[in-house]
Design a protein around this ligand. Sequence first.
Ligand code: FAD
Length: 488
Amino acid sequence: MENLIDNGGTLPSQVERQNSSIPSVIVIGGGISGLAAARMLHEASFKVILLESRDRLGGRIHTDYSFGYPVDLGASWLHGVCNENPLAPLIRGLGLKLYRTSGDNSVLYDHDLESYTLFDKEGHQVPQQMVIEVGDTFKRILEETEKVRDEHTDDMSVLQAIWIVLDKHPELRQEGLAYEVLQWYICRMEAWFAADADMISLKSWDQEQVLSGGHGLMVQGYDPIIKALAKDVDIKLNHRVTKISNGPNKVMVTVEDGTGFIADAAIITVPLGILKANLIHFEPKLPQWKVDAISDLGFGCENKIALQFDQVFWPDLELLGIVAPTSYACGYFLNLHKATGHPVLVYMAAGRFAYDLEKLSDESAAKFVMLQLKKMFPNATEPVQYLVTRWGTDPNSLGCYSYDLVGKPEDSYERLRAPLGNLFFGGEAVSMEDHQGSVHGAYAAGIMAAESCQRHLLERLGYFDNLHLVPSRGAIHDATFPLQISRM
Ligand SMILES: Cc1cc2nc3c(=O)[nH]c(=O)nc-3n(C[C@H](O)[C@H](O)[C@H](O)COP(=O)(O)OP(=O)(O)OC[C@H]3O[C@@H](n4cnc5c(N)ncnc54)[C@H](O)[C@@H]3O)c2cc1C
């Protein structure tokens, strides 16, 4: 594919494709979805170019190496440690290790919660018996919310339903420290959706089809997968797309400096946050049903503060939680030492609190979490280094992952996914079977968008004779090694 327009953004009088016999596709976004799409089309002998706004690949997968070893600042879990996971062939082929944090029996809000301890704001440990009992009560409350759902035709938030249940069942209400533990469970649930409980749809929150095998941390980080997918693909970093002109036979994609790219089709995989903020101008305008789908879906936020220490001063547990009178004020640290052997704790915050954390400087954010840690462990040392994420204000993501807002129309995801002529939609938010918000969902959505685009172009251009519809997947996909899982 030729880079046909230099600055100015207008078509030159003579537009020629370098090799008119090969269909061409522009993939927008170099996260796992865009890379999966680009790789598949590349392997199917299409001419592909991938435009990525950042100076790095991976998007919401961001494995940082500044501590001297990999630390995932975006996605870190594989949700569904099983061979049915679309990422399993890649993980096996690359020989990547997984540390399983919970098994098949885990529910959405305790996917990383098999060994943990909770502390109150003063740093006193919450009796484990209370944690278990309140956990059981929370499960009962959620079971009762199913009845609330059945009794109401209109959707409401999960939080509203919890209050209705507690009104009806005073025996499920908690007081004092137990109330704070209940808030902590709500905080954990909010972390799964990266949104507050008053925003999450009661109708949809538990409709997700979680893959089997439980949840596992990628011990070497997600980065090797990104590198493997990117190999040999024509990638242009620092190319922020600002305009997409979708014509009957061609798509023209314009980047920030005015340079234009033309191809037979394009696949857009930018985060939902970017579409919501209208950072890309579409010509013609997106139809109203597509605009509605973009606004009807939620896009939450989660942030991480990774702290590297010179020694381990905390117990050998996976999670250290802090309870408080509101879910907003609760928190928790993931102990990476358990999975990787490195002395790192990762503080995780979701929803409004995650956005509020972004208002602090990195130094203040690190100080804030260190204060909490020092209450729990008065002998805590200062971190050697720290990393603070800002996914909510990062202009390349404007949030973390999609979730179901209260009152979301049932077909929102289908409408978001639906192609428009030569323009196809990939990315986490369009994934099938409710795998939105995950890495494997984003990957599968990229493959699906590439397959639709491929079929469309082969039909439109009549190239069935010399191109394969099913691509050869290459050595990394063909390997038959088992998944390497520690802590079975
Ligand atoms: C903090 C955090 C924790 C998470 N934890 C997990 C987890 O443990 N497990 C899990 O399965 N999932 C997790 N997720 C979700 C998972 O990371 C995403 O679902 C997935 O990585 C999304 O991939 P994607 O390719 O759809 O989007 P992205 O990775 O966001 O890729 C889109 C790309 O488009 C680029 N872009 C944006 N605007 C433009 C533009 N105008 N022009 C060109 N390029 C543009 C972006 O820079 C980005 O590289 C987490 C996400 C976050 C942020």
